[in-house]
Design a protein around this ligand. Structure first.
Ligand code: F6R
Ligand code: ZN
Length: 198
């Protein structure tokens, strides 16, 4: 993972505006820009050997997140652009790592701006769900649901996300439990399958 703080000098304790490039799917002057490469996705794809081959070949960017440094406090709203690149690893579509919120009873809204794909979701007890991402379609992730974005298209999948200030991220639990569903694209056909069958 590469994460860097940028030069944005916006003061967050006063009202402020943020500029977006909706064609590129970027926040123009973010305070935090996170880039996750294929090499930060070990353990997430079914075909570990194909992931290693991809890392050795070019270690491409999987996804980027553009954010402002909003205080992690009740009453604030976190917001970001999440941009997941197209591609496959052994037929499985590029995706984000996925997480629960560290304060689990906090929801999130993802408004899809460009691209196509799915939001995969799961509860700690195992129940799973998915929602289609298409431009103009919003996905509501209720409190307690872990969530992961999957790009099934040929261009970046870009969403604008908003969630409570205090939410935070918990990557560890879902990494241990694993998502019950996987998304593959073979010969142009997208399939969502139980992880065990994948
Ligand atoms: C924030 C959120 C998104 C993701 C982003 C990257 O709560 O859900 O902004 O953080 O899509 O995915 P992860 O965080 O799973 O690497
Ligand atoms: Zn989230």
């Amino acid at each position: 993972m590469k994460e860097h703080t940028t030069g944005s000098s916006v003061k967050l304790d006063k009202p402020f505006g943020v500029d977006y490039d909706l064609v590129q799917g970027i926040m123009k002057d973010p305070q935090v820009h996170t880039i996750r490469l294929a090499s930060s996705m070990r353990g997430h794809y079914k075909d570990a050997a194909s992931l290693e081959a991809l890392i050795a070949q070019s270690d491409p960017v999987h996804y980027e997140v553009f954010e402002m440094k909003i205080p992690q406090e009740v009453g604030q709203l976190q917001f970001c652009i999440s941009k997941t690149y197209p591609g496959t690893v052994g037929g499985e579509c590029f995706m984000t790592k996925g997480h629960y919120h560290a304060v689990p009873g906090t929801a999130e809204i993802y408004l899809c701006l460009r691209g196509e794909g799915y939001m995969l979701m799961k509860l700690p007890a195992g129940e799973s769900a998915y929602e289609k991402f298409l431009p103009g379609r919003m996905c509501y992730v209720p409190p307690f649901w872990g969530h992961r974005t999957v790009n099934t298209g040929d261009e970046p999948l870009i969403s604008f996300c908003v969630y409570p200030g205090e939410a935070g991220h918990n990557y560890g639990d879902i990494e241990k439990e694993r998502f019950p569903l996987r998304v593959f694209k073979r010969g142009g056909k997208v399939e969502i399958v139980p992880a065990k069958a994948g």
